[in-house]
Design a protein. Structure first.
Length: 208
C-alpha cells in the first residue's frame, strides 16, 4: 500500500491562534511514530516560512529519515504544489492529512487531491486538524465528506491500516497505542465537536 502522510503548516507562530494547536501537534506526533513503524512516506509543508516561522520543534521530523520526502515552503493554500506532487509516486493508494486550517489549507488540499488522484482515498483526521475558530471545523468536515474524503480519527485509521492482530508489527503498534492512550483521549475530547458527531449520527440514522 502506497500511503502518504501530509502534514500541513504546523508552525510555531500559529500556536496562539489555532484552537487546540497543542492537541493537533500531539496527534500528529503520534501519527509520525505510526508512519515510521509502518514505513509510510511523509510530506511536510510550511506556509510562508519567512513570515510564519518553522515547523513546531516538538514534531520529530528528523527521526523519519528517508521516509520524510521533504519540508516544502509554499504560498499556495493547498499543499499540492508542483514541488509536492513531484515527490508523490505513481498510483498512490491513500493520503492522510493532518494540520491546519481545516476549512482552508486542509480543505483545498483535499479538493486538489481528489481531482489529481481520483482513485486514491483521502483521509482527514478529525483529531489531527483544527482552525482559528472552532465553528469552522464541523462545516469543513461536511464539505470534506461531500468531496469524497473520509473523516476519521487517528486511532481508527491506524487500526484500519494494521488490519490484523497477526501483523508482524502489531506488538510494537499496541505498545504505541498504549503509550499514547491518554493524549488520544484528550485530543478527541477537545478537537472533535460534539455537534458534528450528533449531526453525523443523525445523517447515518436517516439513511438506514
Amino acid at each position: 500500500m502506497s500511503v502518504y502522510f501530509l502534514i500541513c503548516d504546523l508552525q510555531v507562530k500559529f500556536r496562539p491562534a489555532i484552537h487546540g494547536f497543542d492537541h493537533v501537534v500531539a496527534t500528529t506526533s503520534k501519527m509520525l511514530r505510526f508512519a515510521k513503524l509502518m514505513e509510510y512516506n511523509v510530506i511536510v509543508t510550511t506556509q510562508n516560512i519567512k513570515a510564519l516561522g518553522p515547523v513546531d520543534p516538538s514534531l520529530d521530523i528528523d527521526s523519519l529519515g528517508a521516509l520524510c520526502l521533504g519540508t516544502i515552503d509554499k504560498t499556495l493554500f493547498s499543499m499540492l504544489t508542483e514541488e509536492v506532487t513531484d515527490r508523490i509516486g505513481p498510483n498512490p493508494s491513500a493520503f492522510v492529512i493532518m494540520g491546519i486550517e481545516s476549512h482552508i489549507c486542509v480543505l483545498q488540499t483535499t479538493m486538489d487531491l481528489r481531482k489529481r488522484y481520483p482513485d486514491s482515498t483521502v483521509y482527514v483526521l478529525a483529531d489531527g486538524v483544527s482552525s482559528c475558530n472552532p465553528h469552522e471545523v464541523p462545516i469543513a468536515f461536511e464539505r470534506l465528506r461531500l468531496l469524497g474524503a473520509v473523516v476519521t480519527t487517528s486511532e481508527s485509521l491506524a487500526f484500519q491500516f494494521v488490519g490484523d492482530a497477526s501483523h508482524p508489527k502489531f506488538r510494537e503498534f499496541a505498545r504505541l497505542v498504549k503509550e499514547e492512550k491518554e493524549q488520544t483521549r484528550l485530543a478527541g475530547q477537545f478537537l472533535i465537536p460534539t455537534n458534528n458527531i450528533q449531526c453525523t449520527a443523525g445523517n447515518l440514522k436517516s439513511s438506514i
